[in-house]
Design a protein. Structure first.
Length: 327
């Protein structure tokens, strides 16, 4: 049995708790949040205890195997470091931190304390994105030149409206399309140059990434739309890979063929029995048991943050930012 202590009873805390409750041999032993009523809604009929502080939980719970941090971005560092002080492994929602300095400190501190740190870049666990990764790796459309991704919806209603505070949130660049930065780096490796344009409130941005492989990606993020959706399109020498969550079709693979041949091939996706969050969290918990390297590492999360920070700098200066490469 793996005992999980959940920090935060907001949207992500609810999503994570729901996933854990569906797992065998996993128990949510506690939820930490000052909003007792909110935490109670998540717990329902389960025997999870509610605490108002992490210290209270640690002093009253006999066994905690994992601390899952689902609080706003600017609070990640505080709870990750506290967990490390107690020698407890950590799952932290993306982005890893608000600043690169904090992220670097968190990774080093967990390493020093011999604590495992997992970061929830859940897009890698969505079947449509995993299928695209597989098709790219298999060379299904040949050498890829240009990629477009989009992710957007309405402005999030976070606790105390923290998404509107630029000292706590990096807007769509750090708190939304960092998902796409991680996904694209997973496919194409390191980014060489970043150029971005965005609105002053950082609720809309377009970022151009130039990878060392020569691939160019255009990433759009928006909190100005009413309906949440995601899209991607990979253009290769011999075809196109595309997906649009607003349509019913799964990932489509279109191969360039002669006019007498069929013009497209649909790659079907079976409906998921479990959510990508369930698959992600189960993967992290299994890595704790087996000591395997997770699909997404803390270093991957740091690299995604590097791209986000470069994009924010580019918006501020109006100039492209050259990334230095490996640390």
């Amino acid at each position: 049995m793996q005992n999980v202590l959940l920090i935060g009873a907001g949207t992500m805390g609810k999503e994570h708790a729901s996933s854990y409750y569906d797992m065998e041999d996993v128990r949510v032993v506690g939820i930490v949040d000052t909003r007792i009523d909110q935490a109670q809604k998540i717990i329902g009929e389960h025997d999870t205890k509610i605490f108002q502080t992490l210290e209270e939980a640690l002093n009253n719970l006999e066994q905690i195997d994992v601390i899952d941090v689902c609080v706003p971005t600017f609070l990640h560092k505080e709870y990750v470091l506290k967990a490390a002080d107690y020698g407890i492994d950590v799952i932290c929602e993306k982005p890893l931190a608000y600043t690169l300095e904090d992220a670097h400190e968190m990774i080093e501190y967990c390493d020093k304390k011999n604590v495992k740190l997992f970061v929830g870049h859940v897009v890698r666990f969505f079947p449509q994105y995993a299928k695209a990764k597989e098709l790219v790796a298999n060379g299904s459309i040949g050498d890829i030149g240009v990629v477009r991704t989009r992710r957007g919806g309405h402005f999030p209603a976070g606790w105390s409206d923290w998404y509107s505070d630029k000292t706590k949130s990096g807007g769509v660049i750090l708190d939304l399309i960092i998902h796409d930065f991680d996904f694209l780096r997973w496919n194409f490796g390191e980014v060489e140059r970043v150029f971005a344009k965005g609105l002053p409130d950082l609720d809309y941005a377009i970022v151009t990434l130039v990878f060392k492989t020569g691939v160019i990606a255009h990433v759009e993020g928006s909190w100005r739309h009413q309906t949440f959706s995601t899209q991607f399109e990979f253009a290769g020498k011999s075809g196109i890979i595309e997906y649009d969550s607003l349509k019913e079709e799964p990932v489509l693979l279109s191969i360039n063929q002669s006019i007498d041949e069929k013009s497209g091939v649909e790659v079907p996706q079976s409906p998921l029995r479990k959510s990508p969050y369930y698959i992600e969290l189960q993967h992290f918990l299994n890595c704790l048991k087996t000591n395997e390297t997770p699909i997404v590492t803390a270093e991957d999360a740091y690299k995604a943050m590097e791209i986000s920070v470069a994009a924010l700098q580019s918006i501020k200066t109006g100039l492209p930012v050259i990334l230095k490469g490996e640390n």
